[in-house]
Design a protein around this ligand. Structure first.
Ligand code: C5P
Length: 401
């Protein structure tokens, strides 16, 4: 995957809180993604992690003081944000949220936030004890910040350093990185609902054996992630995979094709979906005479006699619905992709079909795609799956908007 924050200048403001130790990791990830990170710390933050650590990781001197004479005109509160693409406050303490909500400027970081050009987005990652987060005063401040256009990342719920449990945990560095990258993405699917199937299915033979395929789920998960980054509300119906659920995505885990079909239909009945992307490698057949108990090998000559029944075609069922969402199918072929892909799109009666060569993609991080629609076909050259997913999401958005 390309570095996704290349050329972005991010002012990373740190305030007092034990979550400061996680910002070392966030800084490294931001830098790895190509960002130019300027750390600014409040004096509270320096109680938890040193400016030396943050300078070493960001590769830039850290600013902590509004009277810092290193800036030629002695106006760090102005100069530090003039070429910034975003300001992220992480961790953002209860007190700092109060200061932002009320326009306080009694130290470098708060002054810099209020003095930022209106075009520079401000994002905060709250981190505090559960009672502090739930306190009505804090909740008033969050509401105010949201209505002022500040993006609030999290907080999450869980164990807290103080020993209590609940809302107020700062998001993990990886999740903050995802939020940051998403903040720079065009919101081409803003407010849209996408339903995606991904991964293989598993059709039981008996309680310990089954029939599955080599799909890893990577392409479907990458599309789910890209669609969330583009502003969509994403539900992922996934067969068994070892992949983590993409941040921000609702995942429904299933095993068999029938369960995947039922989960898709239930979701469609519950909530209007704008787009359905069928990426899953669904088993065409299930074992009709699956055994309740483990099949025993009694004699060396014994072989089980499996009978098969056809599974429902999920994509075809959705495409045939009277008020069908915009349907995107996948075709994993082993040869003649251009011919089979075009024919499959027509047969499935869908506006867009994405073709790939199955054994060249299953389990791999890279892929190449061919998009088939009523106008013809277009190749998306070999790239990592996340890059391709982003391109596909852009293509889908262009077609439905
Ligand atoms: O016909 P074929 O299985 O090659 O079609 C592949 C496309 O149809 C994929 O988008 C796949 O997710 C979808 N499909 C489905 N239900 C099935 C079989 C395939 O949704 N039972």
């Amino acid at each position: 995957m390309n570095m996704r924050l290349t050329g972005k200048k991010i002012v990373l403001g740190m305030t007092g809180g034990i979550a400061c130790y996680k910002i070392a990791e966030l800084t490294r990830s931001l830098v790895k993604e190509g960002a130019n990170v300027q750390v600014v710390m409040t004096s509270g933050a320096t109680q938890f992690i040193t400016a030396v650590t943050m300078q070493a990781l960001s590769g830039k001197p850290v600013y902590t003081d509004q009277w810092d004479a290193r800036i030629a005109n002695n106006m760090p509160h102005i100069d530090l944000t003039r070429d910034a693409d975003a300001i992220i406050i992480a961790p953002c303490s209860t007190d700092f949220m109060f200061k932002l909500a009320h326009g306080a400027c009694d130290d470098l970081l708060s002054t810099l936030c209020i003095a930022r050009p209106s075009s520079v987005p401000l994002m905060i990652a709250p981190a505090m004890n559960v009672e502090m987060w739930q306190n009505p005063a804090t909740q008033r401040n969050v509401k105010q910040l949201i209505s002022d256009g500040v993006a609030v990342f999290g907080p999450a719920s869980g164990d807290q350093a103080c020993g209590e449990t609940g809302l107020g945990r700062m998001l993990e560095p990886e999740q903050l990185l995802t939020e940051t990258i998403a903040a720079f993405q065009p919101k081409s699917l803003k407010g849209r609902h996408l339903l995606i199937t991904a991964g293989p299915t598993f059709e039981p033979i008996d309680p310990v054996r089954g029939i599955t395929n080599l799909s890893s789920g990577k392409m479907g998960y990458a599309i789910a992630k890209a669609a969330w980054e583009a502003g969509a509300n994403v539900t992922l119906v996934s067969g068994p995979t070892s992949l983590p659920t993409p941040y921000g995505v609702q995942r429904i885990s299933v095993q068999t094709a029938q369960q995947m079909h039922d989960a898709v239909m239930k979701q469609l009945a519950q909530e209007r979906q704008d787009v359905f992307v069928a990426v899953a490698a669904v088993a065409d057949w299930r074992v009709a005479n699956a055994s309740e108990q483990k099949l025993k090998k009694n004699k060396d000559t014994d072989t089980p006699q499996l009978q098969f029944a056809q599974n429902p075609d999920i994509l075809a069922s959705v495409a045939a619905m009277p008020d069908a969402p915009y349907c995107v199918g996948f075709a994993a072929e082993s040869e003649n992709l251009l011919q089979y892909g075009a024919a499959k799109r027509v047969k499935k009666n869908i506006p867009l079909l994405v073709g790939n060569i199955g054994h060249h993609t299953f389990g791999h991080d890279e892929n190449e795609l061919v998009l088939f629609d009523a106008q013809g076909h277009r190749a998306l050259p070999r790239a990592d799956k996340q890059t391709l997913a982003l391109q596909l999401v852009t293509e889908i958005a262009r077609r439905i908007n």
